[in-house]
Write a protein that binds this ligand. Structure first.
Ligand code: PLP
Ligand code: COI
Length: 343
């Protein structure tokens, strides 16, 4: 057993087939025991619920190698809980939370050679997901499901790592009021693909979506929540029923208060106040994004430039980033229960 020979410092956010994955099937009203398998292929009916009506949800978390050589993951209980909420919203059976965490441990242990070494900047991304697998033709939930977890080593989500990005205010909506924006349904991402391709073609790294009802409030980006820092160094976080409750954002709330002594406010954030210069730093936060600094927001040609600029992260964003990743990599003691040791 030896760590794979990969140029860890230069990998991007992509899929690499690793040795093992976890699979459990749901049939006749119950989940089977689940196995670790080398088989990366999924064979399905042409009429499977996931293929016809997109009945699928997923999660994302990471395994980290710490400074003292352990392999850990970050608050996996919250991913398990969020997947329960996603499953319920999509009329899928719940995969028990304790089994979710155990399956994460098993699949990481089975692929331990794929956990990037400490200090390389790479991590092992863990992707749990579930889908309706039996034939469904009338619009209704499937009766059979598959829950799987694969892992893949990843580098930074945005090219350039910690370099500030430019994002645009999108004309498309990500989530409807009373829709599925607050759960991690595959369909939320399918409907964002045209918007992300358009943004990339126009030279932007991501989209900011507005609330679909009034188009005045900032929601989130395609794959991350947003944080804003004001001139006093305090944090403002968007509050909305139609954004994904990011585990990174919920953790940063606590990090900012407890480790940085900053004030944190969760409230609706208007695009107009961002345009009026209420904030000096802005960042995207999520498992994949970690904290990616935003240098500019482009609103239909009008540029909102944050004082932190286009060269590096603003000072408060940097402190948040260093503290969060410090906890994840074992350099800083985290709150009780945040760091889950796998090996
Ligand atoms: N918002 C969206 C739409 C996402 O896809 C993600 C990624 O999981 C996040 C926010 C960040 O959530 P988390 O911090 O739990 O990874
Ligand atoms: C994650 O951060 O885990 C996500 O699922 C976001 C996705 C855009 C990669």
């Amino acid at each position: 057993m030896a760590t794979k020979n990969i140029d860890w410092a230069n990998i991007g956010f992509g899929y690499m087939k690793t040795d093992y994955r976890y699979v459990s099937n749901y049939k006749d009203g119950k989940w089977d025991d689940g196995v670790i398998t080398a088989d990366d292929k999924v064979v399905l009916s042409e009429c499977a619920g996931v293929l016809q009506y997109a009945q699928t949800c997923f999660e994302g978390l990471k395994a980290y190698r710490t400074e003292d050589g352990k392999v850990v993951c970050f608050r996996p209980d919250l991913n398990a809980e969020r997947m329960v909420n996603s499953a319920k919203r999509l009329e899928m059976p719940v995969f028990p939370e304790d089994r979710f965490v155990k399956a994460v441990e098993e699949v990481v242990k089975a692929n331990i050679d794929w956990v990037p070494p400490y200090g390389t900047g790479a991590t092992l991304y863990i992707r749990p997901y579930m889908f309706g697998s039996n034939p469904v033709i009338g619009v209704k939930p499937a009766d059979e499901y598959q829950f799987r977890i694969f892992v893949t080593p990843v580098g930074p989500y945005f090219k350039g790592g910690a370099k500030p990005i430019v994002i645009k205010v999108s004309d498309f909506d990500r989530a409807a009021p009373h829709g599925t924006g607050h759960v991690k349904a595959g369909l939320n991402y399918a409907m964002s693909l045209h918007a992300i391709v358009t943004a990339h073609e126009e030279g932007f790294a991501e989209n900011i979506y507005l609330d679909p009802a009034t188009r005045t409030k900032i929601e989130e980006t395609g794959g991350a929540n947003l944080i804003f820092v004001d001139r006093e160094g305090n944090l403002t976080i968007q509050k909305s029923d139609s954004i994904l409750p990011s585990i990174t954002r919920r953790s940063l709330h606590i990090v900012a208060e407890k480790y940085l002594g900053a004030k944190v406010t969760e409230r609706e954030v208007l695009l107009s106040e961002v345009e009026d210069g209420a904030f000096v730093e802005c960042g995207l936060c999520g498992t994949a994004a970690v904290i990616s600094p935003v240098g500019k927001i482009n609103d239909h040609g009008k540029e909102i430039c944050f004082e932190s600029g286009m060269e590096e992260m603003g000072p408060v964003t940097k402190k948040l980033y260093d503290t969060l990743t410090g906890i994840q990599m074992g350099r800083i003691e985290g709150p009780e229960g945040w760091v889950h040791v796998i090996e």
